[in-house]
Design a protein around this ligand. Structure first.
Ligand SMILES: Nc1nc2c(ncn2[C@@H]2O[C@H](COP(=O)(O)OP(=O)(O)OP(=O)(O)O)[C@@H](O)[C@H]2O)c(=O)[nH]1
Ligand SMILES: [Mg+2]
Length: 228
């Protein structure tokens, strides 16, 4: 999985939307930053202030959602990943469905040292994903973070694996602090996404361009004025 840098480019084959969700403080932003920048960070709690001026204009950001873009090449295909990071402490009410809409992949994160973050995943987050995720084929991965704090572990690896099996999704444990398995989480998700033909079709830039072109062709010629 090769990264093609931080710059923005229109030349990619697939564009995928990925969500990172789970309780506050489990390490969602740390995981994302670690993946995006290949280094360790200590982020502030996510409050959707990705960009101040955008914050005032955009209700999605005010709702506690931030996003990052990563361009990379997988199996010779150029991917643009738009990764949405939520604030676990806030519920974002009516915007919840728009946040989930069109997601191709979802990373459900808990903290292996805080049991309640694990139970909340099955009690709240997984149900929310079931309710709002519009794509039946959307790929999910369950991630237990903070394995560097092994002595404080409160959820066993087997419990994580069992929950993932119940929800028929992949499972990994990682540490955003040491970066252990961080790339692997995203790699696993992306590989699974790219195995599903319907996800590939929905994410395909060529298909999107074709649909746009077809819509333009189907539209009647534009008339400049209705009155003469
Ligand atoms: N030891 C350890 N600490 C971590 C790890 N990942 C994150 N943290 C710390 O946990 C705290 C919370 O991390 P965040 O990434 O802000 O958590 P979040 O899930 O984005 O939290 P919200 O934005 O409030 O929903 C920070 O102090 C991080 O440095 C990890 O793998 N190991
Ligand atoms: Mg955060």
């Amino acid at each position: 999985m090769g990264s093609s840098g931080k710059g923005c480019s229109n030349s990619f084959d697939y564009s995928f939307k990925i969500l990172v969700t789970g309780d506050s403080g489990v390490g969602k932003s740390s995981l994302l930053l670690s993946f995006i920048s290949n280094s360790v960070h200590d982020p502030s709690p996510t409050i959707g202030l990705g960009s101040l001026w955008l914050y005032f204009l955009c209700p999605v950001l005010q709702s506690g959602v931030d996003f990052k873009i990563k361009l990379l090449t997988v199996g010779g295909k150029r991917l643009k990943l738009t990764i949405w990071d939520t604030a676990g402490q806030e519920r974002f009410g009516t915007l919840t469905s728009s946040y989930y809409r069109g997601a191709h992949g979802i990373i459900l994160v808990y903290d292996v040292t805080r049991r309640e973050t694990f139970t909340n995943l099955s009690d709240i987050w997984a149900k929310e994903v079931d309710l709002y995720s519009t794509d039946q084929d959307c790929i999910r991965i369950l991630v237990g973070n903070k394995v560097d704090k092994e002595s404080e572990r409160a959820v066993t690896r087997e419990e994580g694996r069992d929950l993932a099996q119940r929800h028929r999704c992949s499972f990994l444990e990682c540490s955003a602090k040491t970066r252990e398995n961080v790339n692997q989480c995203f790699k696993e998700l992306i590989q699974k996404m790219m195995e599903v033909p319907s996800i590939l079709e929905k994410g395909s830039v060529a298909v999107k361009k074709q649909i746009l072109k077809q819509k333009e062709l189907d539209q009647p010629p534009h008339q400049s004025s209705c009155c003469s």
